[in-house]
Ligand binder design. Structure first.
Ligand code: C3B
Length: 815
């Protein structure tokens, strides 16, 4: 447990002190944002102290450290989370109350640090929490994007992107470490030759130096003083102004160099599950990798005087292929700057790097043009060529004379660098993020690599920070749980299982229903305030929140909603369990179909809300600007969790876990972690529908799928699509979407993700949802079983598996 105890009085004094010193004001005159900042500074003081202690310990014991590299860390707000973890939330709430403020209002002052797009970035953040709590020596590395994920506004039904400036309230959590600034070299020319002793000499010149300035966010663990550090690199030019140009009157040009260097950390690319081919993105990747490695190596050398024992002391974990350049970059540092031979450098590198794959979407598998890598990092490209050369020789031993196969598996081919192949060649471990996904990697995506390196492949199913997503986001539920099973589950989430014993406890089930209703009310208030829509509190809150992507099939949900609308129009007095369908989703700004889908949801929402015949029974709500803090309101209020991707495409999903933990029932396909959720709760406590992976893949591969035939034979679907063609009364034309489903487009087949094929089975599963909902006891019982069996989806469990099976480092977590 943490050493420090925080009393209300001490906190009041500390906050008042910060207000005086930082804002020259007394408590009575302070604004809410000043109070937020003062609270953050108080909490930060405690964290910084712990961070120094942790760093000293790491330095002293010399145990293996984990370095977690990711282009995204979607950390969410920090104040409440840190206060909770440090055990000061109650004292802080009371202190603020005494000072005349509501804690919840103060939390609202903090902007969400949007340093990520979706699942990938949020997972990285959950793992920082897990590492801190479980005593893993972990550091996260990413970029301190000035602008995180854009803010989404809905204007006339359409997404409009606005810049996100999170730093105004987020800066307080970051501690700059100027003395650890590193220099990253970009572009230029490299000459290599052998000297008289046969030694390779590398002469790298005319590059552009960019400074990488570290800002450290201390990430607290629960019930411990251990801190995981998140190091965010900011790009800065070493020259403030080119004075030569300035003196000759070329003011703009003088500033140009400066500005160009700083663009590197200016903005997060808003693409999710999609590769981004622009040169700035590659610069960002190299910037992250090079600064991080220089940092680790410099400290290691200062301690040990050599990098020979590097692999014993460090694991470099790469989250998806985005930081794969660690492999050639570490080779460069070991060979060019530390005089190691290729073999020695390769041994160290390939024993240090572990790779997690997060997607099988072909459009997300990164490939970079050789010419671009060459231009931006010429020495790194030379090294990649050499890795490729040696790798292909190795492949030859496995597939002699099979030129076709070797070129298929090569790292460099067709003038592109295939990052996943580089990651596989240069790492000691490759894992997927759910049992199904890891199997798909072995059997389909990386089949030949698996034949060669079967022992490198493994699975670690994703997990979420259950303290944030359950204890903090849903305090009433946490209190109920704790009244029955105590607080042990906070650090041993599997103890939630004890709740299974209460499945027939009518009193508990009623209480569960009551809490859900409170949380629904909170969301209903939010909807009323933001969308002006009054939702029916007795309706089922059915939620699909996640990035907008065709494979995630928001479309299937929409088609079904339209069919329900028709049903109700035909028979307004039918016995219908009212439903509120809630969506929240950002679309990548360049992804036209995704943006049109958002517009479609809004058109339907409006049509239904304007129709007195149906609007009390059916509602569609699109919540703008879906983000972590909004998810913290949505998850506790949800009753149905939509996890309806086409089987075989969603690597894991993590929203599915958050919903389940908050007692929502899943309607889902056998995809990603849904498969394990189903296994955990039993088929009778989840609504599974649709094709399974083998069937979906076989159908896609056969080329015989014809959605037009379904359209012709199924009157429900025909009417839905016909309506889409006729529109929803607001003058917006959705023929393009109907055509995409029926005829294909953008070079893709009709209904690529087979929504029409799974429609009937989905609609039937939705019928079952309504039927069960009629019996509230049964519903609450199922909800309880979901909560009780959600412990295995805690990040603590995932981190413990990484620690034991991949990183080989100590953890305090006991299974
Ligand atoms: C996501 C996947 O799409 C999810 O299935 C998965 O749960 C998470 O990663 C975390 O593993 N993902 C993402 O958000 N961005 C990518 N570029 C690739 C995968």
């Amino acid at each position: 447990m943490p050493k420090t105890q925080y009393t209300k009085t001490a906190l009041k004094e500390a906050i008042a002190g910060k207000l005086q010193r930082h804002f020259a004001c007394e408590v009575e005159d302070a604004t809410k944002d000043q109070v937020y900042e003062a609270c953050a500074l108080v909490v930060r003081d405690a964290l910084t102290e712990h961070m120094i202690e942790t760093q000293n310990e790491v330095e002293r014991d010399g145990e293996r450290q984990v370095h977690y590299l990711c282009m995204e860390f979607l950390v969410g707000r920090s104040l409440r989370n840190n206060a909770y973890n440090l055990g000061m939330l109650d004292a802080l709430t009371a202190a603020l109350k005494d000072m005349g403020f509501e804690m919840a209002d103060i939390f609202e002052e903090e902007a969400d640090p949007g340093l990520g797009n979706g699942g990938l970035g949020r997972l990285a953040a959950c793992y920082m929490d897990g590492m801190a709590t479980d005593g893993v020596r972990g550091t996260g590395y990413s970029i301190r994007y000035e602008h995180g994920i854009f803010k989404q506004k809905i204007v006339e039904g359409q997404q409009v992107e606005l810049p996100d400036s999170w730093l105004s309230t987020g800066e307080v959590w970051q501690i700059p470490a100027m003395d650890e600034t590193r220099e990253v070299k970009i572009g230029g020319t490299v000459d290599t030759y052998f000297d008289d002793n046969g030694k390779l000499v590398v002469n790298y010149h005319d590059y552009t130096p960019v400074l990488a300035v570290p800002y450290d966010m201390p990430i607290s663990g629960y019930g411990t003083n251990n801190i995981a550090r998140l190091r965010l690199w900011k790009a800065q030019s070493p020259i403030a102004l080119d004075m030569k140009l300035f003196s000759s009157g070329e003011y703009l040009k003088a500033l140009e160099k400066h500005a160009l260097a700083e663009t590197i950390s200016m903005v997060l690319y808003p693409e999710d599950n999609h590769r981004e081919g622009q040169s700035l993105r590659l610069k960002q990747q190299y910037f992250l990798v090079s600064a991080t490695l220089q940092d680790i190596c410099a400290k290691h050398k200062a301690k040990y005087g050599t990098l020979e024992n590097f692999a014993h002391k460090h694991v470099l974990h790469i989250n998806d292929t985005h930081p794969t350049l660690v492999i050639p970059e570490l080779m460069r540092i070991l060979m060019d700057e530390n005089d190691m031979s290729w073999e020695q450098a390769w041994n160290i590198t390939s024993q240090s790097v572990a790779y997690t794959n997060h997607t099988v979407m072909p459009e997300a598998l990164e490939c970079w043009p050789v010419s671009l890598v060459q231009e931006l990092m010429p020495r790194v490209m030379q090294i990649i060529y050499e890795i490729n050369e040696r790798f292909c020789k190795e492949l030859w031993n496995y597939f002699p004379n099979d030129f076709q196969k070797i070129s298929k598996l090569a790292i460099v081919a067709d003038d592109t660098v295939r990052m996943a192949h580089l990651a596989i060649a240069g790492s000691f471990s490759i894992n997927g993020v759910s049992a199904l996904h890891s199997e798909i990697l072995k059997e389909r995506v990386f089949t030949d690599f698996y034949k060669i390196y079967s022992s490198k492949f493994c699975n670690v199913t994703n997990g979420i920070a259950h303290r944030r997503w359950l204890c903090e986001a849903n305090p009433e539920l946490a209190e109920l749980i704790e009244s029955k099973i105590g607080i042990g589950y906070r650090t041993h989430p599997s103890e939630l299982q004890v709740l299974n014993n209460y499945a027939d406890d009518k009193e508990l089930l009623d209480k569960l229903g009551e809490i859900k209703r409170h949380n629904k009310q909170r969301l209903a208030d939010y909807i009323k305030a933001h969308n002006g829509i009054e939702v029916n509190m007795d309706s089922i809150f059915d939620v699909q929140v996640k990035r907008l992507h065709e494979y995630k099939r928001q479309m299937l949900n929409i088609l079904h909603i339209i069919s329900l609308y028709h049903k109700l129009k035909d028979n307004p007095d039918m016995d219908f369990v009212p439903r509120t369908f809630i969506f929240g989703s950002k679309a990548a700004p360049g992804y036209a179909v995704a943006k049109k889908t958002i517009q479609l949801i809004n058109s339907i929402s409006k049509m239904i809300d304007n129709d007195p015949a149906v609007r009390d029974k059916l509602k569609v709500v699109f919540l703008e600007d879906y983000k972590v803090s909004l998810a913290e309101i949505i998850m506790p209020a949800a009753e149905v969790s939509e996890q309806i991707s086409i089987a075989g495409k969603e690597a894991s999903g993590t929203g599915n876990m958050k919903f389940m933990m908050n007692g929502a029932l899943t309607i889902g396909t056998m995809d990603g972690a849904n498969v394990e959720i189903c296994e955990a709760v039993g088929k009778e406590n989840i609504f599974i529908f649709g094709m399974e992976t083998p069937e979906a893949e076989a159908l896609a591969a056969s080329g015989s799928y014809e959605p037009m035939v379904i359209y012709q034979n199924d009157p429900v679907i025909r009417r839905v699509l016909d309506q889409m063609i006729h529109g929803f009364g607001d003058g917006v034309d959705y023929t393009d979407i109907a055509n995409l489903l029926l005829h294909g487009g953008n070079g893709g087949p009709a209904d690529r993700y087979m929504s029409l094929k799974d429609f009937a089975s989905y609609a039937a599963a939705q019928e079952r949802v309504s039927e069960v909902y009629r019996d509230q006891d049964q519903w609450n019982r199922m909800a309880l079983i979901n909560i009780a069996n959600s412990g295995r989806f805690a990040a603590d469990r995932s981190i413990a598996e990484y620690a034991q099976n991949i990183w080989r480092v100590k953890t305090n977590f006991a299974f």
